[in-house]
Design a protein around this ligand. Sequence first.
Ligand SMILES: Cc1ncc(COP(=O)(O)O)c(C=O)c1O
Length: 376
Amino acid sequence: MIPIAKPYLTERESEAAEQAVLSGWVAQGPNVKEFERRFAEYTGAKFAVAISNCTAALHLCMIVTGVGPGDEVICPSMSYIATANCIRYTGASAVFAEVDPVNFNLDPADAESKITSRTKAILVAHQLGMPADLEKFRKICDRHNLKLIEDAACATGSSYKGKKIGCHSELVCFSFHPRKVITTGEGGMVTTSSESLRDRLTLLRQHAMASSSIDRHASAGKLSEDHVELGYNYRMTDIQAAIGIVQLERLDSIIEERRIIAKEYISGLSEIEWISLPTEEEGYFSNYQSFALRIHPGSPVTRDELIRVLGESGISTRKGVMTAHRETAYRDIYRDVNLPVSEAASDNSLMIPLYAPMSNDDIKRVINEIKKAFEV
Ligand SMILES: Cc1ncc(COP(=O)(O)O)c(C=O)c1O
């Protein structure tokens, strides 16, 4: 079976994890600090704060933005459910806007049309690794005095207008779940341009404890441990960070491999008139965290048939990105929500295998089986 995704871990990550274990410092410590330093340097952001996962990172970003009960945050419904969940954790409402039908990123015009006097922020996701149009969202947010937060769970190493995702907005959240381009098992990061937000995130991730673990360790019990507000345990471990440091060093070469596979798919599948493929417009650079095909109306093969046929020939696929408003946890609250573009995009798309390293034979097999399904 060709899997849909596979983490790219080597002896180097294994050795780094072993060293962290043997050092005795296994919770948040010096490796986390170093991972943050390198991640900020890589993305061109001023600061980076490591968090236990991207969902927790998004939750903290809502809190530091002041989002709470009665507020609204605009986001796509067509995204992993964590995008909307992090808004609801605070007691605020997620207000769903439509997405672009091909690249599945939040539609700026529809997002702007959903702004009300209660809107506090726009949470834009870089879906499947393809950057959203940040300049347009920046203008909308400035026009309406809103905060712009980026859900860059899928976009580590992607770039927009020549600059890495992570340095464009005040708050950008990343995921290092094994489905992502680099992984720490579970893991997340926030990059920020604001020193005060960095300090607040650092505080909140550690129970809002006034002193850090490193400071307390060095003080040998002399530092007091005041908890200055309601905090969380959203820490990353030093074992995870040790793996992350190695993964980050390899990130650009991993993305290079992924982009070669994406190119092969695009040239191999473009003759099928019934599908559309991801398009990388001028100024957009995707890490191709996932590769989605969209099946056109009237196609002789439906999305679900294609999934079945590929599965029977040993190729794993996944249905397109979900829509949160149709999930059980949302359905009743969002009964009156009308998102035909998102629903059609979700229902008619699927993800095909893309991971590094992927053999040429496997890439060809995927292309050939899809062409065979469409009798091309
Ligand atoms: C767009 C998006 N946001 C948030 C998340 C949550 O990331 P994590 O699993 O690190 O909490 C994911 C994970 O799949 C995602 O795809």
